[in-house]
Write a protein that binds this ligand. Structure first.
Ligand SMILES: O=C[C@H](O)[C@H](O)[C@H](O)COP(=O)(O)O
Length: 228
């Protein structure tokens, strides 16, 4: 699938997911290139009269939402409740997800866990039978060596994520560092999720076991919707 076809598939997935949003909803706004389509489409609907407020998951999502004129709020103001969230994923195996390719997974998990209905938008390159892409792990900077050792003890190979146009590591929106940890095929995502979460000073990791309520997978000529 070339980049243009893939981008069109991402947009089709987003058009489908936006149908899950109703007037009056508090909407979680995800991060990444696929969720960007969804935020832009929602912005167009708001201009046509759709009445929603958004809760953003990253600096990126906030910038796009502001540009598109979507009113924003916070989880503190909505009593920790979100009706529907539209977000992307790096991989999905049924309702199990790996997220954080854009380093936004900590805020994304806060928003997802506060959400009644998590709608995932993806293109076909994200679908897999068994999760096997790297797991992003956000850590407090002082703990990078101890967390790296603990990841190795769990069978993973951690690599500090390096910035592309800066000499040094990626620093998350929360001011932390990030490992991409290669665990190979992850047969039991729920157990690994719990094990990584219990490492001291891990802020959040990118395994979202059983989180998706629906995955909208854009294809070359349509959309396949998986509901869980
Ligand atoms: O941290 C980033 C998020 O988890 C994204 O939703 C995920 O990486 C998918 O991004 P994209 O739609 O650009 O592939």
């Amino acid at each position: 699938m070339d980049e243009q076809t893939r981008d069109a598939a991402k947009r089709r997935a987003s058009e489908s997911a936006v149908e899950a949003v109703s007037d009056g909803d508090v909407v979680g706004l995800g991060s990444g290139s696929t969720a960007e389509h969804a935020i832009r489409i929602l912005g167009d609907r708001v201009e046509e009269g759709l009445d929603i407020v958004g809760v953003t998951t990253s600096f990126q999502a906030r910038e796009i939402a502001i540009e598109k004129g979507i009113d924003l709020t916070t989880l503190d103001e909505t009593d920790g409740h979100i009706d529907v969230t539209i977000d992307g994923a790096d991989q999905f195996a049924g309702s199990d997800l790996i997220k954080g390719g854009g380093a936004a997974h900590a805020r994304e998990k806060i928003v997802a866990s506060a959400t009644d209905s998590l709608q995932i938008v993806a293109d076909p390159t994200k679908e897999t039978d068994v999760l096997d892409t790297v797991v992003p792990v956000e850590v407090l900077p002082d703990a990078r060596t101890t967390v790296a050792n603990a990841i190795r003890e769990l069978g993973g190979e951690p690599e500090l994520r390096w910035a592309k146009r800066k000499s040094g590591p990626v620093v998350t929106d929360n001011g932390n560092l990030l490992f991409d940890a290669d665990f190979g095929a992850i047969d039991d995502p729920e157990t690994l999720a719990t094990e990584i979460a219990t490492i001291p000073s891990v802020v959040e990791h990118g395994i979202f076991p059983g989180y998706a309520d629906a995955v909208h997978m854009g294809t070359e000529d349509g959309v396949t919707v998986f509901e869980y």
